[in-house]
Design a protein around this ligand. Sequence first.
Ligand code: ATP
Length: 234
Amino acid sequence: MLQVENLAVSYGRAKVLLDLNFEVKQGEVVALLGSNGAGKTTTLKAISGLVKARGGKVLFKGRPIHDLPTHEIAQLGIAHGPEGRRLFGGMTVEDNLIMGAATAGARKKQADNLMHMYELFPILKERYRQHAGLLSGGQQQMVAIARALMADPELLILDEPSLGLAPKIVTEVFEVIDRVKSEGVTVLLVEQNVAQALGVADRGYVIEQGTVGLAGNSQDLLENKELQKAYLGI
Ligand code: ATP
């Protein structure tokens, strides 16, 4: 579904991604891992058109998208949940969700999708009239994920959905990702929480020095001594 080939991104003279290659197949959850500043967020931004690649290609369903503007990439079926929840805190939960139905296709299905989100996230149904800013961190993250899903994406991109959440809530967020996966949505996930990310992902890639340093299915990565030492403190 998504192919990233020889991707290179720089900020001014700082080269962040040098030659990055990975793919996400339909129905998979793929985790992008790596230390702070490795370029994970930058990779996601390059896919959704928020930063411009200096070189390489991004193909979505075989079509090059690296030269398209962000809104066209969104129209094609890629929804990007940005790092940080970026909700409209003064708006209700429901209005935040409706904001996610940004494409013409999604707007047509808005009422059905909204009902579906309330099935997937019962707590949001209970809170639908509350201001999003008053919810707990975990609930806000659920709103952010549900809002991205309101665009009816084929590929959901999530940037550190567990960031800043208490351990119990982190577990809930990963359960939500598992539910999203069982809905047949393909997910590309950036996470610092390596063990839990690989718990939900089918495969993972570790970004090191601007390229893929390590790749494999989640079980193999979890058993990899190098990864255990660098990211799991084992
Ligand atoms: P983190 O988990 O800390 O967010 P990351 O792997 O997602 O890390 P990026 O946010 O992609 O890393 O950042 C990669 C590098 O690029 C970092 O050194 C960062 O300081 C730098 N960087 C990110 N955004 C910009 C920007 N807009 N301008 C200049 N440098 C940037």
